[in-house]
Ligand binder design. Structure first.
Ligand SMILES: CC/C=C/CC(=O)SCCNC(=O)CCNC(=O)[C@H](O)C(C)(C)COP(=O)(O)OP(=O)(O)OC[C@H]1O[C@@H](n2cnc3c(N)ncnc32)[C@H](O)[C@@H]1OP(=O)(O)O
Length: 719
């Protein structure tokens, strides 16, 4: 709703009320229309101030309403009547003015913001565009170039930047509502046409086509296959080329197309899934709102390799003191140099003072005696990690939490060597750890809810998107990825090339195809894991290695590449060819094509043409199938957690929601049918066998993803 109040003689205040962010729900829009009409009818009122309850102006349209049939007063005419009002209207922006909230403010004649306010048009992140006049008013206010940047990225900006761009007229320290009233009193009576953005001439730039083409190229490169950023550019272009009413018509047409799209549904799902992952819960009933996390101020980081460096940087950026440990002087110096350089660059970019005083580098474990938590980030080797854990227990305070940064080792096995199994948790960071947003927080069988709460809270402070997951081999992300990777190399055996597979995956929307990712990470990473797990042993024929291991299909191609020293970008060749070791531009390598031909000949495989559809079905459905197994085992609390892991850790296209959402959107019965088909063709690939949960969900009529949790709960009792 909206609250109408008369203050002073001539000013009415309309306060949006819809906690927590005063989203423009049906009730709020109704309240605005009614309150505005009241203000306009009251002869004594000369000016109106719009504000939001609890120091929050407005978080935009109510996203929860998008999935139903929208009712109540629409935003466009509502904002138009605000702008057209003969009485002066001022927006008092506190907290946030986002999406429809900023569009409402742009319909007002003046805007005042407090110093902490954040403004933006983030509709593009929900698969939409600012369709309440935002694409037409903002370019008229700040010019095409700046508007294109804000609208196509959805970036939130500070009040200071908004003032510089001309979006707000005043930024004040203190009460924005009082400042808006003061401003209103000082300008009452002045003509308003110059303040009505829709009446301004189109935002002219010398070469609109060039500017828009450049923006299109940028958005296509940044978010391949996403419709919304392209539509945003088209709408802003209309603001430069057409009169306001025609531009609004274009904005509406584009919004109609986006609003109905599966991409918009996927991105809105992702918005809520991200918030749901933050509300973690464990199988024992402990959860985010019944478990207190004690504060962490000093953290030890053990190991200053690439991961340890990134973790230390993220901690310091969050204002946390770090004691960083290495085993010898040379490693310590290397780590110190890298961490210091990253933090100095960060301080320079942000214009903040260098946070280096928060860091201490040392060779001595004794320096850890008063830390609240340690993150061990040594080499991925169980025995080494166990030794470190035992050493730690000798020096740490008795309530210090011990976290291991591992991408898949057994957290329980590590906890067993400590004197505090309840305080041991996995923290699986993704490389580079100071850049990647995802953090899997892994609880073992003995981890206490408090330890999980502490790790989740610390991750949040480090600006990570944290997902609590159970302890299993590879946890969630890497466990699922294995099946996706297996299918990709089987496809090579059967006739595809690395470029064909990558192209299909990139057209699907992945930031990078699987073979480019493998080259970037280094092919030796997986090689080491396969050796450690016994898949590669000395008795395997080096000339014609077996294509079956442990009774299952196995593809030795990646091992054969490693044996040839083709380890990826770092050696200048892997699945692709690079100009020099370390260079990034992947080129098709005729040697690889020949190598694949020889391989197929050697094994008597007749190559066949493989369609992009088959690439996607085999890679993506096997990934989703494993996700369903993870759900049935209770490793994550719900499908949203899995999707968030893929969105933030594995370059999954946001406009496809995540693998679980994608499976639901394609249709679970289709996924089941395809998996059955491929499993029939590859009976020696157990991961293609449809999961029990998939069969159950299909048998129960493929319920919407939001209802899967209740079906999982009853999985074993109902089958
Ligand atoms: C007709 C089509 C018109 C479209 C125009 C639009 O306006 S589209 C919407 C544009 N607005 C946004 O995209 C803003 C989305 N919200 C945010 O970015 C953030 O929530 C925030 C406002 C910056 C606040 O962030 P903070 O971290 O403080 O809190 P949460 O993100 O956890 O949010 C708190 C709860 O509020 C819910 N919520 C937030 N925004 C909206 C919204 N616009 N509509 C509905 N609900 C919203 C959010 O889901 C959280 O709810 P919980 O139940 O507590 O999880």
């Amino acid at each position: 709703m909206a609250l109408y109040t008369r203050v002073k003689e001539s000013i009415a205040v309309i306060t949006l009320k819809n906690p927590p962010v005063n989203a423009l729900s049906t009730a709020v829009r109704r309240g605005i229309v009614e309150s505005l009409s009241q203000a306009l009818q009251d002869e004594q009122v000369k000016a109106v101030v719009f504000c939001g309850e609890n120091n929050t102006f407005c978080g935009g349209a109510d996203i929860k309403e998008f999935s139903g049939s929208m009712s109540g007063p629409p935003l466009v005419p509502m904002i138009h009547s605000i702008e057209a009002s003969e009485k002066l209207i001022v927006a008092a922006i506190e907290g946030v003015a986002l999406g429809g909230g900023l569009e409402l403010a742009l319909g007002c004649h003046y805007r005042v913001a407090d110093t902490n306010a954040r403004l933006g048009l983030p509709e593009v992140t929900l698969g939409l565009l600012p369709a309440a006049g935002g694409t037409q008013r903002l370019p008229r206010l700040i010019g095409i170039t700046a508007a294109l940047e804000l609208i196509t990225t959805g970036r939130h900006i500070s009040a200071k930047e908004a003032l510089k761009l001309g979006i707000v007229d005043q930024v004040i320290e203190g009460n924005a509502v009082l400042a808006a009233m003061a401003l209103a009193l000082s300008v009452i009576g002045q003509p308003l046409n110059a303040r009505r953005l829709s009446l301004q001439a189109p935002a002219w730039v010398p070469d609109v086509d060039y500017v828009c083409e450049a923006a299109l190229a940028r958005v296509k490169q940044r978010s391949r296959g996403a419709m919304a950023p392209v539509a945003c550019v088209q709408a802003v272009r209309a603001a430069a080329m057409l009169p306001y009413s025609k531009g609004m018509e274009k904005e509406r047409q584009l919004m109609d197309m986006l609003f109905r799209s599966s991409q918009a549904r996927a991105m809105q799902y992702a918005f809520f899934a991200q918030r749901s992952a933050g509300k973690w819960s464990l199988p024992n009933g402990a959860q985010w709102n019944n478990t207190k996390a004690r504060n962490v101020e000093r953290v030890g980081v053990i190991g200053l390799g690439t991961m340890g460096q990134g973790i230390a940087v993220s901690l310091v950026k969050a204002g946390i003191s770090v004691v960083a440990i290495e085993v010898d002087t040379k490693q310590l110096e290397l780590g110190k140099k890298a961490v210091t350089a990253m933090l100095q660059r960060y301080a320079q970019r942000q214009g903040v003072s260098s946070p280096l005083h928060l860091l201490k580098f040392t060779l001595s474990f004794h320096q850890l005696r008063d830390v609240d938590l340690v993150i061990e980030a040594v080499f991925e080797d169980m025995n080494l990690k166990k030794r470190v854990f035992s050493e730690l227990c000798k020096v740490l305070k008795e309530n210090t939490i011990i976290c291991t940064n591992t991408s898949g080792l057994n957290v329980d096995e590590l906890a067993a060597v400590t004197d505090r199994q309840h305080l041991v948790v996995g923290m699986h960071f993704f490389a580079p750890a100071h850049v990647m947003r995802l953090l899997e927080v892994v609880y073992g069988s003995g981890s206490s809810p408090e330890a999980v709460a502490i790790a989740m809270a610390l991750g949040k402070r480090m600006q990570k998107v944290c997902v609590a997951v159970g302890n299993c081999s590879g946890f969630v992300g890497n466990r699922m990825l294995k099946h996706y990777m297996d299918q990709s190399v089987y496809l090579l055996e059967e006739g595809a090339t690395p470029e064909q597979v990558d192209q299909a995956l990139e057209e699907f929307g992945f930031a990078m195809g699987i073979f480019k990712v493998a080259d970037l990470s280094g092919l030796d990473v997986g090689w080491r894991v396969r050796k450690a797990s016994g898949l590669i042993s000395p008795d395997i024929d080096p000339v014609k290695p077996s294509r079956w291991r442990f009774g299952r299909r196995y593809c030795p191609l990646p091992d054969m590449l490693c044996q040839q020293g083709r380890l990826g970008q770092k050696t200048g060749h892997g699945w692709y060819l690079y100009n020099s070791p370390g260079s990034k531009e992947a080129k098709c390598d005729p040697e690889i094509l020949k190598f694949l031909e020889d391989y197929r000949l050697k094994y008597g495989i007749i190559p066949r043409r493989i369609s992009s559809q088959e690439v996607i079905e085999r890679c993506v459905f096997s990934l989703a199938n494993e996700g369903l197994r993870i759900l049935e085992e209770g490793i994550t609390a719900g499908p949203e957690d899995i999707d968030i892991i893929y969105l933030f850790g594995y370059g999954w296209p946001r406009y496809r929601g995540g693998p679980m959402f994608y499976a639901a959107q394609v249709g679970l019965s289709v996924v089941l049918e395809k998996l059955e088909h491929y499993h029939h063709l590859q009976p020696d690939v157990p991961s293609l066998e449809p999961s029990q949960l998939l069969r159950k969900l299909v048998a129960e009529g493929s319920p919407p993803i939001q209802q899967w949790k209740s079906h999982i709960k009853n999985l074993h009792s109902q089958l």
